[in-house]
Design a protein around this ligand. Structure first.
Ligand code: ITT
Length: 260
């Protein structure tokens, strides 16, 4: 399980905020060191020291900066996502794909976008020895109580058939009898340092579902999702227009505020 704490701070007049993964190995190592010291010290002293060290670790995590040119592994095996992440990063970092490093696709065992993004970033960072950027994202449909949500990729099956996944959304929606077509995309972006801390942020875009699917751009569920304020689907929009408003772009804005 992933444990998170939201931290805010102001550095040089700029507000920085992020969720810090407090169960990262980095923090655990500090805690374990103090557990060993506890043989000679009282439990109260130990707990006090652990609290101080945990706060120090949060402070250190908040001083993390991703300098331009840093080598980063993009911890995704989804080419559509990898392309959009590269567009958003705009050449700022030396980006390597997880596939190019032969990293396996981890099983997504967490129950939230944030948890799965952290899981993927942590696995890739620890396996590659590089700072890793991971994305966990998906489509949520109001009339389906938020489904497919974190199961968005899994609805497309092992063959990653999104025509089938979009048809499944339409079928399930019709079965409810509801005419509510509200939906949203969520994107959690996590950055993990090898055997170190991790930071995660989240972005969301609201819109409506439209059938039949329209447009051959983008990927996944883009052809059935029209973002708020327009009639075009993500599948019909220019990539730059999607990148200006998408859930991924909104998460990215937060990531910049936290780490750049
Ligand atoms: P990685 O885990 O390797 O990154 P994945 O495709 O399995 O690849 P997710 O578990 O995060 O990634 O699944 C998210 C799914 O949600 C993805 O496969 C898409 O179908 C869909 N999705 C996410 N962002 C989307 C977007 O911007 N446009 C359309 N569909 C999107």
């Amino acid at each position: 399980m992933v444990g998170l704490r939201t931290v805010t701070s102001t550095v040089h007049g700029v507000s920085r905020y992020a969720h810090i993964d407090y169960q990262s190995r980095y923090l655990s190592v500090i805690d374990i060191t103090f557990l060993q010291c506890s043989v000679n010290s009282g439990l109260a002293v130990l707990l006090g020291l652990m609290a101080v060290w945990r706060e120090t670790a949060y402070f250190l995590a908040m001083s993390l900066i991703l300098a331009p040119g840093t080598r980063l592994v993009a911890a995704t095996h989804n080419p559509g996502k990898a392309k959009e992440l590269a567009e958003l990063l705009d050449g700022r970092f030396d980006l390597i794909a997880a596939g190019a490093l032969g990293l396996p696709e981890p099983e997504e065992t967490e129950a939230s976008f944030v948890g799965n993004a952290l899981l993927k970033a942590r696995r890739a960072a620890d396996a590659s020895g590089l700072i890793a950027l991971a994305d966990d994202s998906g489509l949520s449909v109001a009339a389906l109580d938020g489904a497919p949500g974190i199961y968005s990729a899994r609805w497309a099956g092992p063959s990653k058939d999104f025509a089938m996944a979009m048809a499944k959304v339409e079928e399930r929606l019709e079965a409810t009898g509801s005419d509510d077509r509200a939906a949203w995309f969520t994107c959690a972006l996590a950055v993990a340092w090898p055997n170190g801390p991790a930071v995660v942020v989240e972005g969301r875009i609201d819109g409506v579902l439209t059938f039949p699917p329209r447009g051959g751009r983008g990927f996944g569920y883009d052809p059935i999702f029209a973002p708020e304020g327009g009639t075009l689907t993500f599948g019909e929009m220019e990539p730059a227009a999607k990148d200006a408003i998408s859930h991924r772009a909104r998460a990215f804005t937060q990531l910049k505020a936290a780490l750049f």
